[in-house]
Every structure is written in C-alpha cells, then in structure tokens.
Design a protein around this ligand. Sequence first.
Ligand SMILES: [Zn+2]
Length: 290
Amino acid sequence: MKELTQWLQEAIQGRARRDYLDRQLKIQFPPAYEQIDLDVLRRRILGVGLGGNGCHAAVGLARMGFAHLDFIDFDRVEPHNLTRQLLYSVHDVGESKAAAAERSLQFHSLGSEIVVHPFNVLHEREATVALIAQADFVFVLVDQPAAVFFCLSACRYFGKPAVIAGTDCVTGLHTRVFFQTPEGPGCAFCNYWGRVTPADWATYYRYPSVPERERVDLSVVQSFDQQVYLHGPSTYITAATGSHLALSVMLRYFTGGQTSNLVIDFNLYSYFLEVVESTPNLKCPLCATG
Ligand SMILES: [Zn+2]
C-alpha cells in the first residue's frame, strides 16, 4: 500500500511537472538536434557565484525546470547589490547570500532539488571540485579572475562544459560570454584574459595542484590579485542579458548545437553584437600546461 501511495504521488508530481513545462517542451529545434525533453532537464547544473549574472541564471534554471541545481556563494548581501541581484531584497542586507538565495529560489522552483553552498571556492577547493565533478554543466559567474581560473581549470580537468559571463568593468554596459567545451584545444580563459599572467599566479590557482605550488612567491600572487580586483560599474540589463545569453549557450550545448569554444559580445547601449568561435591563445595560462 505504501508503494502504491508513493507511486501515485510520483505520478501526480510528474503530471504537475509536465503541466508546468508544457509550453517549453513544445520548442522545436532543427531535427538533427536533441529536444528539450525531460531527460535534458534531469541534468545537474552548478552555478558558481550568486551575484548579478548568477542570480538571473539561477532563476532561469529553476523556472526552466532543471531537476538538480547546486550553487556556491560565500558573500553577504550589500546595499549596492540590490539594483541587479534579484534574489535579494532590502530585508536581506547583511545576511548570507546563500541563505537568502535558497529561500528565494524555493519561490521560483517548479520542483527542482536546490542546494546553495555557503563557501568561498578558493578556500574550499576540494568541496568545489567535488561539485564540479558531478555537474553536467557549470556556470562560472564570479568576478575575481583567480576564482574563474581555478574553476575553469577544474572544469577542463573533469571534462565539464562551462560558461562564464560578466559585465565590462569600465562602462558597465557591455556584457561578454565565453563558452568552454569539455575538451581542448582552447578554453574560455584564452579570450577572457588579455594580460600577461605571472607564472606563480597560474601555478597557485590551477587545478589540480602541482608540487610547485608549495614554492610560489605568494607576494607575487597577492600583488597580481590586487591589480586585477574587479569592482567596476554594473547594471541590471547587463547582468540579466549576460546571464540569459549564457543560459542560451547551455541549451544549445545540451541540444547538440554548440560544439566549439565561443565568445559573445553585446553592448546594451550601442546594440553592438559579435559572436565568434574563439581560437586558442598561445599565451593562455590555463592552456599552457593544462
Ligand atoms: Zn586557454
């Protein structure tokens, strides 16, 4: 009897889920591509960072009905987050983003299993890597280059597709999205990063760790981190647009249409749009020895 009750409950939940997703499941892709069906939606997605882009991506993933969602963020809600980070309200200022986001995401959930992990990816490397290893797709939506580099190198190590998206920190009106295929050649960092990166910095943040990591000059690492610390302007429209472009890239990957590394540039003010397949950068610190 217990089994029958459970079966009935699951059948009712399954029916409800199909009703929620009815219009989305009618989307037609070219015949050679996979459909968005319930199998696609069973994939496990990881979102690293619940800032401007991360909040919008998280709402999108929950509303699209992905069954298993993990997110990571260690920050606290600050007043200047609220113009674009739509999982938080004025009542959440000072609170952990993870707690506030988990609460908000339950409101948006159509039955997804959602867990928000409250830690810093660079302080909890093994826990981060464990989540990357079990994910089917990874959104790396954090500002700081060290965290981006670490996550992308782990994605490449475990053969996981990844997308990064961010707002141009000079104008705050330009969004840029990079897609990284599960395997090389080339990676998202090839085009993300134009600076000459100190070898010690790459050695310190690369996954997996190498014995040379114990011998890096930490003053070089810290000095470079301070130079590239991002705290520029940002707007609701760039956060919303960048994250939605990133969701589109994920969908295109899952339905078989995106098989190469990609860069999308979009300026919200001039409407400039460029979409190119990225080419491997010979100076890329991730590709150099990754
Ligand atoms: Zn690269």
